[in-house]
Design a protein. Structure first.
Length: 226
């Protein structure tokens, strides 16, 4: 299965399972602790949230931001996010994160449990998109599963792209991209791309704060990204 087909199946999973999306946040204390970590992070100014899902993180970001633009490709989860989020400073946008390009720049780009769904072959382009979205001095802040989370997934072997099998309550099953980044490899990979990054582990997850190369920020500004 190529990346396009796998990503299409991943999208179908999140659309079909929108009503089940929030269940882990209610069931797992580790996720509840992660939500509380937002208050400790340098989230400020105008915030772009990628893959916002049902808005579990969006309301927390809005409490610290001047504005929040929350992007997701699945209309079904966005409907739940809109219902959950009453803040007037939040704007929701339906867009494919692999095709959408920011039309402005933000002080913070935030994404939770999204990086693990990005195929490795698409990571350089993804990080360029994040850099293009950041204003000078801005930060990318992201949270995701560490390697320990593989024990809770039905990992598929011998796949060209790291993948796992997910099942919904109706018995349907879907393959999704699932890359379990460890802190050191993630740090090394971003450093190789010129980013400055700090990664720390928390209860089997990681929390990272990264800043793009100054030269890349300058180039993108010169290309007309305001």
């Amino acid at each position: 299965m190529d990346d396009d087909a796998l990503l299409a199946e991943q999208m179908a999973y999140y659309r079909a399972g929108a009503a089940e999306y929030d269940r882990p946040y209610a069931e797992y204390e580790d996720l509840q602790r992660l939500l509380a970590v937002v208050d400790e992070l340098p989230i400020a100014g105008d915030v772009l949230e990628l893959a916002c899902g049902t808005g579990q993180w969006t309301t927390l970001l809005a409490a610290r931001a001047h504005s929040v633009t929350a992007v997701d490709a699945a209309a079904e989860v966005l409907a739940l996010a809109r219902a959950r989020t009453a803040s007037p400073i939040v704007q929701f946008l339906e867009a494919d994160q692999f095709e959408w390009q920011p039309r402005r720049r933000y002080d913070t780009v935030f994404f939770a449990f999204w990086l693990s769904h990005v195929p490795p072959t698409r990571l350089p382009d993804f990080w360029n998109t994040v850099a293009a979205a950041l204003a000078p001095g801005g930060k990318a802040i992201f949270i995701d599963d560490g390697p320990a989370a593989a024990a809770y997934e039905e990992v598929l072997t011998n796949q060209p792209t790291p993948a796992a099998l997910r099942r919904l309550d109706d018995g349907s099953q879907y393959r999704i991209v699932k890359v379990f980044h460890d802190a050191q490899t993630l740090t090394d990979d971003l450093t190789a791309l010129g980013w400055s990054v700090r990664v720390r582990s928390l209860a089997g997850n990681f929390i990272a704060i990264a800043e793009p190369p100054i030269s890349l920020t300058f180039i993108l500004g010169g290309l007309g990204v305001p």
